[in-house]
Write a protein that binds this ligand. Structure first.
Ligand code: NOJ
Ligand code: NOJ
Length: 492
């Protein structure tokens, strides 16, 4: 309610109606109005889940609590969730204008840097300090090792952390804090003394090792893990070069290049999509399709933070787009909630997206039925916003097979005449039509999330495939981070 009154006159009136008639009038909000309320809410939940946290007294400063939920128990710091959440905090820092707010965010980020370094120095079941222990997926929120059985190691974590911290380092360098960066983030010395350097040494020497995937279930070689490893190495190389660690930069780049042919092996030309895992050596045995929204997350989480151009499995890559379309198609069938495709205002809603079609994890156990996830559905919004932005910057769109198929399947673009092989340039009236159409497609996915979230903005991990009600971990930090990053792509 207090959030809502900030929006301004029109919404104030709406919100008064809303408070007297339950959630019904809230549905009259446009997506902009919803975001106006949702973004501050998501920001608050996200920041409340970084230690020190009022709700979680034993969380160390800089620990990121995946969710405050007890059932399932998510009061841990996962390296992956932590890095993705802190990427959003870096985004908030970048956008903050209020000096006090900025100082608070800088404090949280510095705490996260120390907490992460502490994790690296903690022996754990994946291995020793500053060694194989870097692949440990999660730590207790007081920073001690989690010693229960788990799918470990998970080697995407250090890579995501590098990209987040290099993003932070770029901002701090611009602000003139080179000493702080050298002392806390990256120093060339070996054995490593700083968090980014230790992660880069780990990634560059161990990217070939089999590990568990981001869903913590399958052991093998994963497209997601490898694509974010490549990005981490390239980001790290850029920073190393900036700080005159030239030989290291060259080594990290060489390993990034060595990952490329491995990633290309995931393209299954017969099935026409990128298959998520190769060379499986352990874990679940029922992921038969190889379709997984981790492919879309990979393209997003591996996109350059500094606006650099890199077309290698970018969101606009044909293989990414073709795979994304196949995944959505399969979830359309798998989840009953998707049979409803209009919201209360008769506005189109995109498909609720889950992890993968064969998923059985319901939040309480893994012998159930999987559900759509907010973070995956929001990722589809971000995907199409990012495509629009990329093409806008490029100033032209080459029509490829997957792109033609995308236009064809996109409600408001389905009648667009575009032939494979032609180039639509900025002065062609179709150029703007495509960009608007893609942004509208992104909006359909945010409408889906909004439809299943609660009227105050709460977002759990999943929403039930049949009833549409939220389930599993309440107020999942990563769900909220994914709202922020999607909205930022939309806004740009
Ligand atoms: C908990 C993990 O976090 C989740 O990703 C997984 O599906 C289940 N365990 C089952 O392995
Ligand atoms: C289960 C998800 O599968 C995994 O990716 C995540 O790290 C944990 N939950 C914590 O949110």
């Amino acid at each position: 309610m207090t959030q809502r009154t900030r929006v301004g006159g029109a919404v104030l009136v709406l919100s008064l109606i809303w408070s007297s008639f339950g959630a019904v009038a809230a549905h009259a909000d446009t997506l902009e109005q919803w975001l106006h309320v949702q973004l501050p809410y998501s920001t608050r939940v996200l920041l409340d889940n970084v230690g020190p946290s009022a709700g979680v007294p034993n969380a160390a400063p800089g620990a990121v609590i995946a969710s405050q939920s007890y059932e399932p128990f998510y009061r841990y710091h996962w390296t992956r969730d932590g890095a993705l959440t802190m990427e959003a905090v870096v985004g908030l820092y970048e956008r903050a204008t209020d000096l006090q707010h900025k100082a608070r965010l800088r404090g949280l980020l510095a705490d996260y840097v120390s907490f992460s370094r502490q994790n690296q120095l903690t022996d754990n079941p994946s291995g020793g300090a500053d060694d194989l222990g870097l692949g440990e997926p999660k730590f207790n929120i007081d920073g001690s090792a989690f010693t229960g059985s788990w799918g470990r190691p998970q080697n995407d974590g250090p890579a995501l952390r590098v990209s987040t911290l290099v993003h932070l380092a770029r901002l701090l360098l611009k602000e003139g804090h080179e000493d702080w960066v050298r002392k806390n983030l990256y120093s060339p010395s070996l054995p490593a003394r700083t968090v980014i350097k230790a992660d880069l040494e780990f990634i560059s020497h161990h990217w070939g090792d089999a590990s568990f995937d981001l869903w913590e279930e399958t052991k093998g070689d994963h497209f997601y893990t490898r694509l974010v490893q490549r990005r981490g190495l390239l980001d790290g190389a850029e920073l190393a070069e900036h700080l005159s660690d030239f030989a290291a930069a060259q080594w990290y780049r060489s390993q990034a290049a060595a990952l490329e042919p491995e990633l290309n092996r995931h393209w299954d030309s017969q099935r026409g999509y990128l298959t998520v895992t190769l060379n499986q050596v352990g874990g679940l045995d029922y992921k038969s399709s190889g379709l997984d929204s981790a492919i879309v997350l990979a393209a997003l989480h591996a996109s350059p933070r500094n606006g650099a151009k890199d077309s290698f499995y970018a969101v606009t890559d044909d293989r990414i787009l073709a795979t994304a379309a196949r995944i959505a198609q399969s979830f359309r069938q798998v989840y009953a909630v998707n049979s409803r495709d209009r919201d209360w205002n008769a506005q189109a809603m995109g498909v609720g997206i889950g992890r993968y079609p064969e998923d059985r994890y319901s939040g309480t156990n893994s012998s159930n039925q999987g559900n759509p996830w907010f973070l995956a559905t929001n990722a589809y919004a971000e995907l199409y916003y990012r495509c629009a932005k990329t093409w806008e910057q490029q100033g032209s769109i080459r029509v490829t097979r997957a792109r033609a198929a995308l236009f064809h399947q996109t409600g408001n673009l389905s009648s667009l005449q575009a032939n494979v092989g032609e180039v639509i340039s900025r002065d062609d009236p179709r150029f703007q039509v495509v960009l608007d159409g893609l942004r509208e497609t992104g909006d359909t996915y945010l409408r889906r999330s909004r439809f299943h979230a609660d009227a105050h903005g709460a977002m759990s991990e999943q929403f039930n495939r049949d009833t549409g009600y939220m389930q599993s971990a309440a107020e999942l930090t990563w769900s909220h981070a994914s709202v922020l990053t999607a909205a930022w792509e939309r806004g740009k």
